[in-house]
Design a protein around this ligand. Structure first.
Ligand SMILES: C[S@@+](CC[C@H](N)C(=O)[O-])C[C@H]1O[C@@H](n2cnc3c(N)ncnc32)[C@H](O)[C@@H]1O
Length: 205
């Protein structure tokens, strides 16, 4: 991956994802998580402070070594057991039906084969298990979408393969999830092409 991908990008992502302004969104997406949880694209653990007490353990999936190191202080401060359990959301090292819930925040944009990753989440979630998601993707407005298509090639090069135009809800539905709730909005303080967010919960049948 090279120096940029291994050392610099995870630090840039840590700063961008660590903005205080997104804390209320993290709190909302983590609400209602309980039992054994798998989190894909754990990054540097910015969701850790928001795990509810009802979470019994978290299996964290994250390829970036630096991201994991940057998570240390958040991991020391939580009483929820968190274990780094895998490197790739496209291939999860777990038995079928092992988790009560899953969590993904601003990660579905980056995983190369997102359909494979969602199929893996379906496989490892127990029937009725819920995927809590907070993702940026294809904007609701045509004018913003045109800019997303123009800027996506540059975004992918700079941000490790991050797509701007993934239709989050459609991808979840195509993977067989049932959307239980979703809120689609532009994130405050973010340019619209980057901040077209979907926050919600999707149930694995
Ligand atoms: C924009 S960051 C979001 C990090 C974190 N979820 C957050 O909200 O702060 C996207 C994360 O996805 C991770 N990622 C990239 N490819 C992945 C893959 N194939 N499987 C799992 N995670 C991946 C990246 O290393 C990065 O940490």
């Amino acid at each position: 991956m090279g120096l940029y991908g291994e050392q610099i990008l995870p630090r840039v992502v840590n700063c961008a994802c660590g903005l205080k302004s997104v804390a209320p969104l993290r709190r909302r997406v983590c609400e209602g998580l309980e039992g054994d949880v798998v989190e894909i694209g754990f990054g540097s653990g910015h969701n850790v402070p928001f795990y509810p007490q009802a979470v019994t353990r978290v299996a964290a999936i994250e390829p970036a070594e630096v991201g994991w190191k940057l998570a240390e202080k958040r991991l020391r401060a939580t009483s929820v057991p968190v274990q780094r359990s895998g490197l790739d959301g496209q291939s999860l090292p777990f038995e079928d039906d092992s988790f009560d819930a899953a969590l993904s925040t601003w990660t579905m944009c980056t995983i190369p084969d997102i359909a494979a990753a969602l199929a893996e989440l379906r496989r490892v979630l127990k029937p009725g298990g819920t995927l809590h998601f907070l993702e940026h993707g294809l904007a609701p407005d045509e004018g913003v979408r045109r800019w997303q298509h123009r800027l996506e090639p540059m975004q992918k090069r700079i941000f490790g393969g991050c797509h701007l135009t993934r239709p989050v809800v459609d991808l979840l539905t195509a993977a067989g999830f049932t959307i239980a709730e979703v809120d689609v909005f532009y994130e405050e303080g973010s340019p619209k092409f980057l901040g077209a967010d979907s926050l919600g919960a999707a149930v694995s049948p």
